[in-house]
Design a protein around this ligand. Structure first.
Ligand code: GAP
Length: 455
């Protein structure tokens, strides 16, 4: 059964949560203590998948662009950064609370409250009407203290975006890497937001990771660069193997724009719970650099030798959530099909993203097969993430790897002992081909790099 609107298998989110726990992709944080709301841990397969998406982004953005430098700035920054950026004053969501059940909501997500009819709003949790508080602005930044004595210590914030670390380092990067405008600064790192309504598994959480790139351009060329980066980012998203009918661009209307943006477009995915953003392309103008220049009292201008001009660059930003991208990848890859009157669950992950590239099995635990299989797995290990499995029927072993998204299963059988060839089974087509034992590495590597090259 598939959902007619999204094409996803029915109840996909429940199935994904269950598969992620069962197979070791994602666990709830501090589960043995009852869990910590909306924080998740990544298990063995999840950490691999996350690393693969992260590495692919870094390679696509930093290594493949001469004009982009990668950095890594601290999660904690000088508190003035967040005053200058407008986050202390304006990074808020409107909060309302039901006085009866004390559940809190974003006011803009409750129809009557959003329309100003607080008294007419029914609580979606306890059903009481007319008990909502007047909305008040709630700042989403997490605060903590720096220094050993809490009372005397300075308040610092856990960054709500990585972008500011790139802005305050604009001069450092330009000077040390001898980059000329236009050029970009990319980074990947944790961000924290005290979201009022986190949810939908890892879609909206309070701790997450961003992959952001700030492209510094000459004012007046910003619109052009915006288009360039929107197209490049869409190409990257497609290279993850995401179905194009579940992707669309959503330009922001004036009431949707963040406080720093002149123009923004989201790349949205058709999740089982509807169209939602997972990446944003923003024209942030000279907003951030100008604000830092004023507040820090340090020049953040650029001198263009060719024209003798001095200006504060404009910024075109591309910002994607790593965890949210991972959810997109998982949701799009999850599939169910009937094979020999059994339901097969398969993650059709692009080979370059798959946590395990190949599983190696001896068909049976005798006749020298385990020894050959173990040796093959050992030879492949270090060059590919491989998994050795000798337990259970071959059918069960295939199914386990299908659920893990492993693109190839390599089986050592009776014929291997005779002619040094193995069976390689393709996860998606279920086709089996014979490959020489010493050709397995190249076979799998070719498939992985072909998938990566498409990006
Ligand atoms: N620097 C710009 C910026 O932070 P954003 O649209 O607020 O822009 C960028 O965030 C991306 O970060 C989003 O498209 C989303 O993928 C991810 N993101 C934002 N808040 C998130 C949350 N609470 N949980 C998971 N991912 C989040």
């Amino acid at each position: 059964m598939h959902d007619t609107e999204t094409g996803h298998p029915a109840d996909l989110m429940d199935k994904l949560v269950s598969l992620c726990k069962r197979r070791g992709f994602i666990f709830q944080s501090s589960e043995i203590y009852g869990g910590l709301g909306s924080v998740y841990d990544y298990g063995p397969l999840g950490a691999e998948l996350k690393n693969n998406i992260r590495d692919d982004w870094w390679s696509a953005m930093v290594h493949r662009h001469e004009d982009i430098e990668g950095i890594e700035s601290g999660i904690l920054m000088h508190p003035e950064v967040w005053v200058a950026s407008g986050h202390v004053g304006g990074f808020t969501d409107p909060l309302t609370e039901c006085r009866n059940c004390h559940r809190r909501f974003r006011a803009d997500e409750l129809e009557e409250v959003a329309a100003g009819n607080v008294a007419a709003q029914q609580c979606p949790v306890c059903g009481t009407t007319g008990e909502f508080t007047e909305p008040r602005q709630f700042n989403l930044m997490f605060k903590t203290f720096m220094g050993p004595v809490e009372e005397d210590a300075a308040i610092v914030y856990l960054r709500p975006e990585t972008a500011q670390g790139s802005y305050v380092n604009f001069r450092n990067v330009a000077d040390s890497a001898r980059q000329k405008i236009p050029f970009g600064v990319a980074q990947i790192g944790k961000a924290f937001r005290n979201e009022i309504t986190p949810g939908n598994f890892i879609f909206r959480t309070r701790e997450f990771e961003q992959m952001e790139m700030q492209f510094f351009v000459k004012p007046g060329t910003d619109e052009e660069w915006f288009e360039v980066w929107r197209e490049r980012r869409m190409a990257w998203v497609r290279s993850l193997g995401i179905r194009s009918e579940r992707l669309r661009l959503h330009p922001h209307g004036p009431d949707e724009l963040a406080h720093y943006a002149k123009r923004a477009e989201d790349i949205q995915y058709l999740f089982p719970f509807g169209w939602q953003e997972f990446e944003g392309i923003h024209n942030r103008t000279d907003f951030d650099l100008t604000r830092h220049q004023e507040r820090a009292g340090k020049k953040l201008e650029y001198f263009e030798q060719a024209t003798n001009e001095r200006y504060v660059p404009y910024v075109v930003e591309t910002a994607v959530g790593l965890n949210r991208a991972l959810l997109v990848v998982l949701a799009d890859a999850y599939d169910e099909e009937e094979v020999e009157s059994e339901t097969r669950v398969v993650l059709r992950l692009a080979p370059h993203l798959a946590p395990v590239k190949a599983a190696v099995f001896p068909l049976v635990k005798k006749d020298g097969m385990p020894e050959i299989a173990e040796k093959l797995a050992a030879d492949l290990r270090g060059r590919l993430n491989v998994f050795y499995d000798a337990s259970g029927s071959i059918g069960r072993r295939y199914r386990r790897q299908d659920e893990a998204g492993t693109p190839f299963c390599v089986t050592i059988d009776g014929q291997t002992v005779e002619d040094d060839s193995v069976t390689v089974r393709d996860r998606d087509t279920l086709e089996q081909v014979r490959v020489p034992l010493d050709g397995v590495l190249a076979f799998v590597q070719d498939a992985v790099s072909a998938a990566r090259r498409d990006g």
